[in-house]
Design a protein around this ligand. Structure first.
Ligand SMILES: [Zn+2]
Length: 307
């Protein structure tokens, strides 16, 4: 197990829910699709670095602050002689590099130079580690994970890994010396401690309960076309089935994510899930998983996990 595994961010999960439950603007939809693509690319990269787990400390998806600047590291490996950081890009299609600029071939549009981004990341991480008395060298890599990405006139002095080079890149990492000691562990712990949970970059549109589409989405294909049987929910689009209990819990967690301040009641989940007719069933499930607080009509389920 890596020391820090990648999970779907709060922003990504919220945008995914809103994508299916409200009318997002074209820009907001694109934002969700970019988050999705980014996350999927990073997960794909993780499947490759998993094999290095026994050799190095692996910390995925770090959000750190140095010199009052917040920055993100997609994947960080602590090896014996160096800290290896990987910035994962999911660009597809043809691009070219010209005079420190990064351009899309089809329209000559300039985009943020990912090399500069990586260098900035390296500098900020170096400063952060130096402040804490660590001085392991940092090696930065830009990983272009999409198989159909190509960069014309790619600069020679940068560490760029294209998709077909990934197996060799992982192999070269696996050859690196990997005798880790207490100091390496201290670096890992200090980065884990410094990690920020709530991203300041998060861009989620405003929404209200009334404006959202209610219903239980299929856990596999996100379709709302589900029916409730005696014990299971069945999706009419993809045919998958899920025990009612799991579906209700999934919907409840989604509601808590969207409205962390709302008090969860049986009626609310009944209205939110739509598909489960029996309030008794919903109440039984909620009682099993959450603590009932208060009395009578003022009671609600305490969904705050207290360790
Ligand atoms: Zn489905």
């Amino acid at each position: 197990m890596p020391l820090k595994i990648r999970t779907e961010s709060k922003e990504y999960k919220t945008m995914k829910s809103l994508y299916y439950r409200m009318n997002l603007s074209a820009e907001e939809k694109q934002h969700y699709l970019n988050l999705k693509k980014g996350y999927e690319g990073e997960v794909k990269f993780d499947t490759l670095t998993n094999s290095l787990d026994s050799k190095f400390y692996i910390l995925n998806d770090l959000l750190l602050k140095s010199n009052n600047t917040t920055f993100q590291i997609d994947s960080l490996l602590i090896a014996q002689m160096a800290i290896i950081i990987c910035e994962i890009k999911t660009y597809e299609g043809d691009y070219y590099y010209k005079e420190e600029g990064f351009y899309v071939c089809k329209n000559n549009k300039e985009i943020t130079n990912p090399f500069h981004q990586l260098q900035r990341c390296e500098t900020l991480l170096r400063q952060l580690l130096q402040k804490q008395g660590f001085d392991l060298p940092i090696e930065g890599n830009l990983i272009f994970i999409h198989p159909e990405f190509f960069l014309y006139q790619a600069p020679q002095n940068e560490q760029i890994i294209h998709s077909p080079q990934l197996p060799n890149f992982i192999k070269s990492l696996s050859m690196k010396p990997s005798t880790l000691n207490g100091n390496h562990r201290k670096i890992a712990d200090s980065l884990l401690n410094a990690h920020i949970t709530d991203s300041p970059f998060s861009q989620v549109p405003t929404y209200e309960y009334e404006g959202l589409r209610k219903g239980c989405k299929c856990g596999v294909c996100d379709s709302f076309d589900v029916v409730c049987g005696e014990r299971r929910i069945r999706c009419m689009t993809c045919g998958s089935e899920e025990p009612i209990e799991l579906a209700v819990l999934r919907c409840t967690e989604e509601l808590i994510l969207l409205f962390p301040k709302h008090r969860i009641t049986t009626n609310m989940i009944h209205d939110w899930c739509k598909v489960v007719d029996s309030k008794k069933t919903i109440r039984r499930i909620l009682l099993k998983h959450y603590k009932l607080t208060g009395h009578g009509k003022y009671s609600y389920f305490n969904t705050v996990i207290t360790g």
